[in-house]
Design a protein around this ligand. Structure first.
Ligand SMILES: [Zn+2]
Length: 322
């Protein structure tokens, strides 16, 4: 009994520490994060105006993240401890994602992108099936691009978790073009925690370098990168944390992205909005379609793209059970 007591005390103490440190992180970040101006935040790309007048980009796309089917019904304690919670209960995520897809349609987007954590538990067929059922409502009309987050392939991806993701959702790193936008989609879990799949991580980096060169050699006025983990939330040199790419891997990617003039990186994982800049490159982190954190609200980001700028705003989706 005493032993049980002491385990319980240690667990309670660890939980308090985890909660306090997560809160302190969130508060510190909240102070640093520059919120996008209301109603549209814009990022200009100086020097590009009129560069490619023939077929310049001008369109709208929808950026989403973290539907994370099954997260609402996961006890917070379990979530903070990083444990899986094998839940078949996800009706709240269903309503939010259905509403997000309906709202996305209002903007007649050229395409939509979901930046990972589609589901809460990697390998959960029920969560995946429900995500795909709703995704297809929009994907039947416009391209809807997906990529994995840590919840889709595990905090440390393995050959098995990658194989399951690919068989269920498709490729985890690839590129696409729309008008004069070149878009690169990354599996950022291979950047952050490649320990169990070093060959996969190296293959993605080789492909990324080649892909950036391809973008440079084509008439491109916007070069976007989509990934689950934000490179950083507010400042390119902010300390490593649960919510960003560790500073060592981040420095390598930032140097590469600067060299190839990446216009903007879009990410999720933070379950609330954040924005920062590294030189001319915007780092835009979008809140969750599913369960928000830190007092945020569920929503989607509407991004208007033209040849020399992007403008974007976060549109709140009403939660059926706030
Ligand atoms: Zn995540």
């Amino acid at each position: 009994m005493r032993k049980l007591h002491s385990y319980a005390s240690v667990a309670a103490a660890l939980t308090s520490i985890a909660l306090l440190s997560a809160r302190a992180d969130a508060q510190a970040v909240a102070q640093r994060v520059a919120q996008p101006a209301h109603p549209m935040a814009s990022t200009e790309r100086p020097g590009t105006q009129g560069k490619h007048n023939n077929a310049a980009s001008s369109y709208t796309f929808i950026h989403m993240a973290d539907t994370q089917f099954g997260f609402f019904s996961t006890p917070l304690l379990i979530a903070w401890l990083g444990r899986g919670w094998n839940s078949d209960a996800f009706s709240r995520e269903t309503v939010l994602f259905e509403r997000a897809v309906e709202r996305a349609r209002d903007y007649s987007p050229a395409f939509a992108v979901m930046c990972g954590d589609l589901i809460n538990v990697a390998g959960h067929e029920g969560q995946a099936k429900e995500f795909l059922r709703i995704r297809d409502r929009l994907a039947d009309e416009v391209p809807f691009y997906l990529m994995p987050g840590n919840h889709d392939v595990g905090n440390k991806p393995t050959p098995e978790s990658l194989a399951w993701y690919r068989a269920t959702f498709g490729k985890d790193w690839y590129s696409f073009r729309h008008q004069m936008t070149h878009a690169i989609v990354l599996n950022s879990s291979l950047v952050r925690t490649p320990d169990a799949v070093p060959d996969e991580a190296e293959a993605q980096m080789r492909w990324l370098r080649a892909e950036l060169a391809i973008a440079r050699d084509q008439p491109t006025d916007q070069l976007f990168v989509f990934m689950h983990y934000p490179l950083f939330l507010a400042e390119p040199d902010e300390p490593s944390s649960y919510f960003n790419i560790p500073i060592e891997q981040r420095a390598g990617l930032l140097a590469l992205f600067e060299r190839f003039e990446v216009t903007a990186v879009f990410a999720g994982h933070y379950h609330r909005n954040a924005e920062g800049h590294a030189g001319k490159m915007a780092m835009i982190t979008t809140g969750a379609v599913g369960r928000p954190m830190g007092g945020a609200q569920s929503g989607i980001r509407v991004v208007e793209v033209s040849s020399d700028r992007i403008e974007h705003r976060y549109v709140v989706i009403e939660d059926p059970a706030p």
